[in-house]
Design a protein around this ligand. Structure first.
Ligand code: UDX
Length: 434
């Protein structure tokens, strides 16, 4: 099938390359010339495992092309909207500028029978509004949210847990076309949920709200553990054995960040307020507040570990990305902790296997060091904030201990075994564990 993908960021670039990898002919369109030039050359403009391979093979096959010209969308059977919906400046609502511009730009090229498939995360009600703009062209809008995780984006796109397609009543051929698009997943029996626009839009925000709530729930337990001497990681293991609860997303620590969970729960709250249902999702404000308090807690632990004297102490910060397997630093708890320690006068040195370039652009005041050993050398305290395997599994307390000035570690992701580190002479501080 011929497909177009409007917007080639994290979502769109992966979607375009993944669709080409399952046999479609795909054109990716974006206004950013530098991004398009990189993608055309088969190079991923951000770190995402597996993406370079499918980009290179897609471009080489001739089935995957990239352009800044919206006219190239002409002739595609399905046009995916994959532009960003960031948080508005000075507010909590989603900024729909890019979605609106993408639809406006696409309208002249739509033909009767075309499908426009919205993938961007939008406030409920957006699809119905966009459908009214698209209908006069004879094209049909479907809402097809994505659930990809950064770091697993290629796998999540080609082999998702479920597919959700929101349509207007009676759109059966449209549903069949969407099944043809995702033919490999459909052939595997992946759940394929056909619903209305509002449900499809809500599925996405509800999923992210649930995940954020799960993380903040365990972080709230960590706060209680901190005043009672309990261990939140054991608590998470114990409740996680209950299959109704499950252990995943019960990792207590410095909390969630990234380009999705924080802004999606805020946009959901803002939209619920507009709909007169503020009280229904009022708990999401608390979820947000708990999450942000964990960053404060990590800073407090470091200050305490240094006996309150932070000035000119060397703080080795392991991690900058908002999570491992990503170079994304949007709303990264790791960088917020690092910046606040720097603000208190510490000599902060940050290392990360992938995100240093991005971090340096946004936080030029911090010192960055690609080598883990150099970061650790002479440190007065080590702070683990992004649990890359390099820091979590490969770094031993003995090796780290041979480099630092003081064996003090603040484990912002509860990734280390405290007994091992203490046995090697370290003073260990975790998040919600003794
Ligand atoms: C999320 C959703 O998982 C995905 O389905 C949606 O499409 C986009 O948003 P992503 O932002 O890539 O994906 O990251 P995710 O793996 O969900 O992690 C989000 C944040 O939560 C990270 O900062 C991570 O460190 C944190 N987290 C995750 C925890 O603090 N504890 C956990 O147990 C799990």
């Amino acid at each position: 099938m011929r497909l177009s993908v409007i917007g080639c960021g994290y979502l769109g670039a992966v979607h375009a390359a993944a669709m080409a990898s399952i046999g479609h002919e795909v054109v990716g369109i974006d206004v950013d010339e530098a991004k398009i030039a990189a993608l055309r050359a088969g190079s991923a403009p951000f770190f995402e495992p597996g993406l370079s391979e499918i980009l290179t093979s897609g471009v080489a096959s001739g089935r995957l092309t990239f352009t800044t010209e919206m006219a190239a969308a002409s002739g595609a059977a399905v046009h995916f909207l994959a532009v960003g919906t960031p948080q508005t400046t000075g507010g909590h609502a989603a900024d729909l500028t890019f979605v609106n511009a993408a639809v406006e730009g696409l309208l002249p090229y739509l033909r009767p029978g075309d499908i426009v498939a919205g993938k961007s995360t939008v406030p409920v009600g957006t699809a119905a509004r966009l459908a009214a703009l698209i209908e006069p062209t004879g094209a049909t809008l479907v809402w097809n949210p994505e659930f990809l995780r950064e770091g697993w984006a290629v796998q999540d796109t080609v082999d998702p847990d479920r597919l959700v397609v929101g349509v207007t009543a009676g759109a059966t051929d449209v549903v069949q076309t969407m099944k043809d698009v995702y033919h490999t997943a459909v052939a595997k029996g992946t759940p394929f949920i056909v619903t209305d626009y509002a449900t499809a839009e809500l599925v996405k925000v509800a999923a992210n709200a649930f995940l954020a709530t799960k993380i903040s729930f365990i972080n709230a337990m960590a706060e209680v553990a901190e005043v009672t001497g309990a261990d939140v990681t054991q608590l998470a293991d114990a409740i996680g054995f209950d299959q109704r609860i499950g252990r995943r997303f019960l990792g207590a620590g410095i909390g969630f960040g990234g380009g999705c969970l924080p802004k999606d729960i805020r946009a959901f709250t803002a939209r619920a307020e507009e709909l007169g249902r503020a009280e229904s999702v009022g708990f999401l404000r608390e979820v947000d507040a708990i999450n942000l308090r964990r960053r404060d807690r990590a800073v407090q632990l470091v200050v305490g570990a240094l006996d309150g004297v932070v000035f000119q102490k060397k703080v080795a910060v392991l991690g900058a990305a908002f999570k491992p397997h990503s170079d994304d630093i949007r709303d990264s708890p790791a960088l917020e902790v690092a910046s606040r320690l720097k603000g208190l006068g510490a000599d902060v040195v940050v290392t990360d296997p992938q995100a240093l370039e991005n971090a340096a652009r946004v936080h030029p005041q911090l010192t960055y060091e690609p080598s883990l050993d150099e970061t650790l050398r002479g440190a007065d305290v080590v702070v683990l904030v992004t649990e890359w395997d390099e820091y979590r599994r490969q770094l031993t307390p003995e090796h780290a201990g041979s480099l630092v000035a003081q064996r003090v570690v603040v484990d912002g992701r509860n990734s280390y075994d405290p007994a091992l580190w203490r046995a090697a002479g370290w003073t260990y501080y975790g998040m919600g564990r003794p």
